[in-house]
Design a protein around this ligand. Structure first.
Ligand SMILES: Cc1cc2nc3c(=O)[nH]c(=O)nc-3n(C[C@H](O)[C@H](O)[C@H](O)COP(=O)(O)O)c2cc1C
Length: 185
């Protein structure tokens, strides 16, 4: 008989892998920041709402509280060698310089977009929900765009969109186009 082992901690590992995104923000004094994030989810499509979970200790938290906006940048495996460099607090360093990230102006928010992202979502703060050490930031989606060469009508083209799924810690999973299957209806 198959046995289920009890997880001592980190139940949430069972809910990974999850697409890695980089949250970009601007702080009150105009400083840009960027933070890797894998705890995120769409919430609603009428209105369009997206949720990110942000630790209160993070500089990103302060920035979103101050300027009430953020950008969700979806990234691919070109960011693999940069991701872990971004796990420092952005109030002390310029992480864009540190990891060699280029930005471009967003249409609707002051927070920047990462030029090498394969997709991005511009959002303004709709609601902030205080939960213990974290805040759930729900953003109203003002614009969502994807690079046309990595996307088909049905979603990502995995032969081109080498998404970076976060397994845990510094380990990532890349979806393989051969692993895409259709479930019988
Ligand atoms: C792959 C990955 C995913 C992460 N996901 C989250 C997340 O969902 N929420 C969060 O608050 N921190 C997350 N972190 C940790 C933050 O990125 C990290 O604390 C970062 O230094 C915060 O930067 P900041 O202080 O400049 O905002 C993640 C880190 C990595 C490497």
């Amino acid at each position: 008989m198959v046995e289920f082992m009890k997880l001592k901690r980190r139940f949430y590992i069972l809910l990974h892998p999850r697409p890695t995104v980089l949250i970009t923000t601007v702080c009150r004094e105009g400083k840009y920041n960027v933070m890797p994030c894998t705890w995120h989810t769409p919430v609603s499509w009428d209105p369009d709402l997206v949720l990110i979970v942000v630790d209160k200790e993070n500089y990103t938290h302060k920035c979103i509280m101050e300027t009430k906006e953020f950008v969700v940048n979806v990234v691919d495996d070109k960011f693999l060698d940069k991701i872990m460099k971004l796990t420092v607090h952005g109030d002390k360093v310029d992480k864009f310089k540190l990891a060699g990230l280029k930005t471009m102006k967003a249409r609707f928010v002051r927070a920047p977009i990462l030029r090498d992202a394969i997709a991005y979502i511009e959002a303004t703060l709709y609601r902030a929900i205080d939960v213990e050490d974290e805040t759930l930031f729900i953003g109203r989606v003002l614009d969502a765009r994807v690079r046309s060469d990595v996307f088909r009508a049905g979603g990502w083209d995995y032969s081109k969109a080498r998404l970076l799924l976060h397994h845990w810690e510094n380990i990532f999973v890349k979806p393989d186009p051969r692993s895409v299957v259709a479930a019988p209806r």
